[in-house]
Structure formats: C-alpha cells, structure tokens
Design a binder for this molecule. Structure first.
Ligand SMILES: Cc1cc2nc3c(=O)[nH]c(=O)nc-3n(C[C@H](O)[C@H](O)[C@H](O)COP(=O)(O)O)c2cc1C
Ligand code: SF4
Ligand code: SF4
Length: 248
C-alpha cells in the first residue's frame, strides 16, 4: 500500500504514480491526521510511505502518525521523500523509525520536485515547475522498478553537513520557525473556506467569514498556496512570490 502525506500535492502526485504503476492501493493520511486517528492498516504488498521533506527529515506529523499506527501484513517499508533540493540524512531517521515499528527498512528515495516553502524560499513559476516534475520522472520510475523487483532503493549519498542538517538544525527549525503567527489575510479574501478545509491539522477556523490560525501549524503551505485570491501572506516573506500547487 502506498500511504502518503502532502501539503501542496507533489507527494500525492508521486504516490499516485507509484500506486498506478504497481497496481497497488493508495491512501491519503489527511483524514487520519486531521481527526487524530491512529492508522490501522493492512497490506499484502510492501508499505511505501510518501511525503515531503521538512527540514531534511520526514515531516514530524507524518513520522508521528506512522509511529502511532498498526500496520499488518507486509513488514517491508520503502520511503519516498519529495524535496526541493535534498533530504540530508533523513534516511537515518527513517531507518530508526523502522526499527521502532518492526519494519524491514528497504531504503529512502529522494525525488526532486518543485519547491513549495514560500514562507522561506521561492516557488518556481508554472512553466519551470512543469519541467521539474517532468525531470523527476526517471528517478520515480527507477524507484518503482526497485519496489516491483523487491530490491532495496539505492543508498542516498550524504555530505559532511547532512547529519547536522537533519539533526540539530531540524530541531531548531521546529522550535523557532514552525508557527502560524505570521499568517495574515487581506481584504481580497472571499470567505470561501478553502484554507480551513485544506489544513491537515484543522488549525484554521473561520470567524466572521475570515480565517483565524491556531497554534498547531506544521508549515505544510496548503492554506497559503491554495487561496484562490492570494489573500494570505506569511509576514513579509511570501510577498510577491508565486503560490505553488502541483499542477498534475
Ligand atoms: C516546512 C517545509 C520544509 C521544507 N524543507 C525542505 C528540505 O529540508 N529540503 C528540501 O529539499 N525541500 C524542503 N522543502 C520543500 C518540500 O519538501 C517540497 O517542495 C515537497 O515536494 C513538497 O511536497 P508536497 O507538495 O507533497 O507538500 C520544505 C518545504 C516545507 C513546506
Ligand atoms: S482560501 Fe483565501 S479566499 Fe478562501 S477563506 Fe481562505 S483566505 Fe479567504
Ligand atoms: S495552518 Fe496552513 S501551513 Fe499550517 S498546517 Fe494548516 S494548512 Fe498547513
């Protein structure tokens, strides 16, 4: 079973491609996370966990969901991590998660997809994004071939700083960066409620027709990137930047 988490659609696209090509089932983690339900899933085929990369690790919200769940049937686990550039030493974290869960770790596949983190970086323009997605195809296909043939994913090459990035920097990132306070909404808001309905953590409530953010944000960028009128900003950081959602 392909089990995925996504903020802006890149990981859904990859998960669906994998599932279709393997003839496997594909499940979105959205409703489980939103409703605080621990997964109880069974699969005769290997588990393929697909998600974005958040500060060179699996998103905490997704790792915690896997940690809380019961996964019966196959005990083989592959990880596919979409990213804007690199996943650091996330593979080590995934290996540890497998040890905790009793999974047989079969590797981590980084897939470079368009950057979505507009609270910090720039997202590509639509044409460039399409090209990045097309360029990701061979990596995805190689990963799918490994799963089909029951082989491990190839080991991820890591550099001298990768341990630091996925370790200390990741912890500092969650401590100091991941918060919803800087989100604002402008008069362009048409009160459609899309931001609130798409938040995987149910962190947005509508008050007098306008979104109000709570304290549970995981910085997935779904709200700010999905607003049909671009009424949401993240402090000054997002101003003038293209919003990104996977076009596929
Ligand atoms: C909070 C956050 C942290 C991110 N950290 C990284 C990172 O460490 N390395 C990287 O290459 N991309 C990083 N990105 C980019 C995303 O991993 C990438 O765009 C991903 O494909 C988005 O997937 P999604 O559309 O399924 O949400 C980050 C994005 C967000 C929102
Ligand atoms: S998605 Fe945008 S327009 Fe719709 S309620 Fe949220 S801020 Fe307003
Ligand atoms: S508030 Fe926005 S960025 Fe934060 S978790 Fe919800 S949708 Fe994602």
């Amino acid at each position: 079973m392909v089990f995925y988490f996504t903020g802006t659609g890149n990981s859904r696209y990859c998960a669906q491609q994998i599932a279709v090509q393997l003839g496997d089932t594909c499940q979105d983690a959205f409703h489980l996370i939103r409703n605080g339900i621990a997964p109880e899933l069974s699969s005769p085929t290997p588990w393929v966990f697909v998600s974005p990369t958040y500060s060179w690790q699996l998103p905490r919200v997704f790792a915690d969901l896997i940690r809380s769940g019961r996964f019966s049937g196959s005990q083989e686990a592959y990880f596919v991590m979409t990213c804007g550039s690199d996943i650091g030493k996330a593979s080590l974290g995934n290996q540890k998660l497998c040890q905790e869960k009793g999974f047989h770790y079969r590797g981590t596949l980084p897939v470079i997809m368009p950057e979505n983190y507009i609270a910090m970086f720039n997202a590509p323009q639509p044409e460039e994004a399409k090209q990045i997605i097309a360029d990701a195809r061979p990596t995805l296909d190689q990963g799918i071939a490994c799963i089909r043939e029951g082989k491990d994913f190839p080991p991820v090459k890591t550099g001298a700083l990768d341990g630091l990035k996925s370790g200390l920097v990741n912890r500092l990132f969650y401590r100091f960066n991941v918060k919803a306070d800087p989100f604002t909404v402008s008069s362009a808001c048409i009160s459609c409620g899309k931001c609130a309905s798409l938040c995987p953590l149910g962190n947005i409530r509508m008050e007098n027709g306008k979104p109000v953010w709570g304290k549970k944000c995981t910085h997935c960028m779904a709200c700010i990137c999905s607003c049909p009128t671009q009424a949401i900003e993240y402090g000054k950081a997002s101003r003038g930047k293209p919003r990104y959602r996977c076009p596929e």
